[in-house]
Design a protein around this ligand. Structure first.
Ligand code: ZN
Length: 261
């Protein structure tokens, strides 16, 4: 059952990854993600369904458009394969559980928002709210099925806690941390907090540690100036993914939740 779930989640992740490519490409420009159909950015030839199979089509076409032979970015299959791996990883990590859809939704949103932040240095408001709403609704569904509303309450408190800390940092120095990151942190706190307060603490520490170290390294290597904005959402997303997958191992010796509740 577990192997089937991992395989199915991976396949579903491939399809979602293909959609995320459209989201990453269009949402920052305020364009619709449903129409018009995907087309080659160079020759505007509409991409046929048989050329739109995740990863496979890119390989068959040898990374070139069928019409104009312009190269197709390596990032498209990478996003698809990345999303498939994340979805399969969630299924493997959680096993057969109603939490699988919630954390797959979390991963899909993290992937899209991290790449948009990387490209445009912004986290589109609407997309963050959709992400928060989707993950929140799926976590609530799981709480309903397992009658575990306590986890959802703790998750909500973690979301507000994380966002409050970021709100203060944003208030003190908006350049260090944009308001988009404050909004984004609600989803991170909610999703990690649902697994336990210790997960939320770990995610908070990891993402900021990753963010600050990389920023310091880039500044030291003169690849970045102190005043240059940094796509902090990327680090927040990475820290959250790492906390989700390694939390159980890292947190086991500490029994942090005994302190919290
Ligand atoms: Zn073309």
């Amino acid at each position: 059952m577990n192997t089937a779930l991992i395989g199915l989640s991976g396949l579903f992740g491939l399809a979602i990854g293909s959609f995320l490519n459209v989201v990453i490409y269009r949402v920052p420009f305020g364009l619709s993600v449903v129409s018009p159909p995907s087309a080659c950015p160079n020759c505007h030839r509409e991409i046929r369904p048989y050329d739109n199979i995740p990863v496979v089509s890119w390989l068959i076409l040898r990374a070139r458009c069928r019409g104009c032979h312009e190269p197709i970015s390596f990032r498209y299959p990478l996003v698809e394969a990345g999303c498939a791996s994340l979805f399969a990883g969630v299924a493997w990590h959680l096993g057969v559980s109603w939490l699988v859809p919630a954390y797959c939704a979390l991963m899909a949103g993290l992937l899209a928002l991290a790449l948009i932040d990387f490209d445009h240095l912004k986290l589109p408001k609407n997309l963050v709210w959709i992400h928060l709403g989707g993950v929140g609704a799926l976590l609530a569904l799981s709480s309903g099925v397992y009658d575990n509303w306590k986890a959802l309450w703790i998750a909500a408190i973690c979301a507000l806690g994380w966002a409050s800390m970021f709100f203060v940092i944003n208030f003190v120095s908006p350049r260090l941390l944009g308001f988009g990151d404050v909004r984004f942190s609600l989803v991170l706190g909610l999703a990690l907090g649902y697994l336990g307060v210790d997960y939320a603490v770990l995610g908070f520490l990891l993402s900021n540690l990753i963010g600050l170290s990389i920023t310091v390294i880039l500044v030291a290597a003169k690849r970045l100036t102190v005043n240059q904005p940094v796509p902090y959402g990327v680090f927040l997303a990475i820290g959250t993914v790492v906390a989700f997958f390694t939390g159980a191992t890292i947190l086991a010796p500490f029994h942090l939740n005994d302190i919290f509740y």
